[in-house]
Design a protein around this ligand. Structure first.
Ligand SMILES: O=C(O)CCC(=O)C(=O)O
Ligand SMILES: [Fe+2]
Length: 306
């Protein structure tokens, strides 16, 4: 039988057999590094609205978009980011929305303000809502995963509640004929964070590197979410949950724009990424580092900070 990324229903966890869901989530991440999530609770009309605004924001004039560039928030122009070990820039532009410091709560984190496009008044409320909904889904998934790692269900909650999670709205424009050989929409990479919860793209192209060394397309209905495990979870689990290499290939069919929206779930910067006691086995494979230092190192390696 052809291999397929496992499909899970989040309602099994919230209103069904929670232990069976936890088993399937753990197995999916171990075997594929990816799962498809149905019945995730993020309203489908919100996903539709977000897609519409993603198209609108990237259609704004280049100088308007560039005025909304503010480092890790707002707009990042085409050709800025490259995968960690790639010499070529990825063929994408993106807009990043971060967590903002909660009103009235003192937190030990530098959370810069977001940048909003004045031309699109619906952009801010829509993406604030989507950020909140994906954040909630991510916390639920971490609650489902915790018992599989010998942890109490609520273990991750305080680590991620004020963390540096970021929602990235991505646009891959039609690929130019004159593009340099070796340039792809998104070169092979692993995500940096704990989990990525991604609004499934409308177009094909996402592929994961399967455990047998072949590229496996990750395809699903755009009303579903796609979840993958990142490097920080790999470190915590001593590699028991690996960060799976994935990429976005150039269009094989019609040469049209592709949009996607990954939400990268990060803990607070001060959180140590030490290997969990239940996963140490014969010894930790990774030296201790905080989430903040690890993120800073990786952002430099992909060209997003100096
Ligand atoms: O566009 C996609 O489907 C995947 C994007 C991705 O892997 C990333 O931004 O880390
Ligand atoms: Fe990724």
């Amino acid at each position: 039988m052809a291999k397929r990324v496992p499909e899970l229903s989040l309602s099994d966890f919230t209103a069904g057999d929670a232990a069976a869901f936890s088993d399937a989530l753990m197995r999916g991440l171990q075997d594929y590094g990816f799962i498809i999530l149905k019945d995730h609770g993020v309203p489908v009309d919100l996903l539709g609205k977000a897609y519409g605004l993603a198209e609108a924001v990237f259609a704004l004039p280049e100088e308007v978009k560039r005025r909304c560039a503010a480092g890790l928030r707002g707009y990042t122009p085409f050709g800025t980011e490259h995968a960690k070990d790639s010499r070529h820039p990825d063929l994408k532009e993106f807009w990043q929305i971060g967590r903002e410091a909660p009103a009235g709560v003192e937190i030990d984190e530098d959370l810069p303000p977001n940048v909003w496009p004045a031309e699109l008044p619906d952009f801010r409320p829509t993406f604030e809502r989507l950020f909140g909904a994906l954040d909630e889904t991510g916390r639920t998934l971490l609650r489902a995963l915790a018992p599989k790692l010998g942890l109490p269900a609520g273990h991750f909650d305080p680590l991620v509640r004020h963390g540096t999670s970021i929602l990235r709205v991505l646009h891959y424009p039609p690929v130019d004929d004159g593009i340099a050989a070796g340039c792809v929409r998104s070169a092979a990479h692993e995500d940096i964070n704990f989990l990525t919860i991604m609004v499934a793209a409308k177009g094909a192209g996402l592929e994961l590197l399967d455990r047998d060394g072949t590229w496996l397309p990750v395809e699903t209905d755009p009303t579903n979410l796609i979840v993958d495990s990142g490097d920080m979870l790999q470190r915590l689990t001593n590699g028991i949950i690996p960060a799976t290499t994935h990429r976005v290939v150039n269009p094989a069919g019609p040469n049209v724009s592709r949009y996607s929206m990954p939400f990268f779930m990060h803990p607070s910067s001060a959180v140590p990424l030490d290997v969990l006691p239940s996963c140490v086995g014969d010894g930790a494979k990774y030296p201790p580092i905080t989430a903040g230092d690890f993120l800073a190192e990786r952002l430099r390696e992909i060209g997003l900070t100096k």
